[in-house]
Design a protein around this ligand. Structure first.
Ligand code: G1P
Length: 292
């Protein structure tokens, strides 16, 4: 059985919904208290057993590479200031995975961004974690680990999905299929549609930002023409893949924060601040006193 060792993290989007901050700060580097979104994403991948990460970046995203590199000047400063515990923290960022980068020169869509990983992944299966999505898993298994377990059980591509209110379907890739008899949370996919209008949506199951693919997806992306928004859509390539070989959706046990959405970003920040030991009590007191 081919073990999934590699992951692609697309992080090339412009982040227009967060302007003006995203003029100079990549959306994936927005902080959730003291860590950027992308660090949570890479930690989820490493916790799931991923050893090699390819980040798809673009112009103006240098802060990403700097964050996952060493910073000797900062370390010398911290050493002089006697803050050795912080040296450890900044050194450990991204530990556990070898991180590679490729730049998407043009905004041609998520399908195109994933296709840039073709040489890197070769014939190996790989995971995809959207760089602007934090998955918070209540169980001991990270979001991606749940997906990898499903991949290992079925030896086929699998995507995480979550139910969304009907009026939200046009924000997501929506899937349809039939429940798999031997696995309570798996659906064998028959159809996937990117950002359908509510009347055209085949269900209320939305693609949740985590995927595991066999290398066959690359050929499907090759054969996918521009879709919604004039972009090469990964969902359209997945629809083709599902018509050729078995492909599954996993309705998983996890909470998802879509950081591309301002309200979800705010909720994510507050939820994490409410659980970190040095912020929890003060933030809880503050929220209790807010006049709504
Ligand atoms: C992308 C995918 C979509 C998926 C969504 C999850 O859309 O194209 O299928 O449901 O991520 O966040 P985007 O958010 O880039 O518009």
């Amino acid at each position: 059985m081919a073990i999934v060792r590699k992951a692609i993290i697309p992080a090339a989007g412009m982040g227009t919904r967060f302007l003006p901050v995203t003029k100079s700060v990549p959306k994936e580097m927005l902080p959730i208290v003291n860590k950027p979104v992308l660090q949570y994403v890479i930690e989820e991948a490493v916790a799931a057993g991923i050893e090699d990460v390819l980040i798809v970046t673009g112009r103006g995203k240098q802060a990403i590479e700097n964050h996952f590199d060493y910073n000797p000047e900062l370390e010398t400063f911290l050493e002089r200031a006697g803050k050795r515990d912080l040296i450890q923290q900044v050194r450990e960022i991204g530990r556990g995975a070898e991180i590679h980068y490729v730049r998407q020169k043009e905004q041609l869509g998520l399908g195109d961004a994933i296709h840039l990983g073709r040489r890197h992944c070769g014939k190996e299966p790989f995971a995809v974690l959207l760089g602007d999505t934090i998955i918070d898993s209540p169980s001991h298994k990270s979001g991606l680990r749940q997906l990898l377990d499903a991949y290992e059980a079925k030896q086929a591509s699998v995507v995480a999905v979550q139910r969304v209110p009907k009026e939200w379907v046009s924000r997501y890739g929506i899937v349809d299929g039939t429940a798999e008899a031997d696995h309570a949370n798996l659906i064998r996919l028959s159809k996937l549609v990117e950002k359908p209008t509510p009347d055209k949506a085949p269900s209320d199951l939305a693609i949740a930002g985590r995927y595991v693919f066999t290398a066959d997806i690359f050929e499907c992306i090759d054969q996918t023409s521009k879709g919604v928004g004039g972009e090469i859509q990964l969902t359209d390539a997945m629809n083709l893949l599902a018509s050729r070989s078995p492909m599954f959706a996993l309705t998983w046990n996890a909470l998802r924060y879509d950081i591309g959405n301002r309200v979800e970003y705010a909720k994510c920040f507050i939820d994490f601040a409410l659980r970190l030991p040095d912020t929890a009590d003060a933030v809880r007191k503050h929220l209790a006193g807010v006049k709504w």
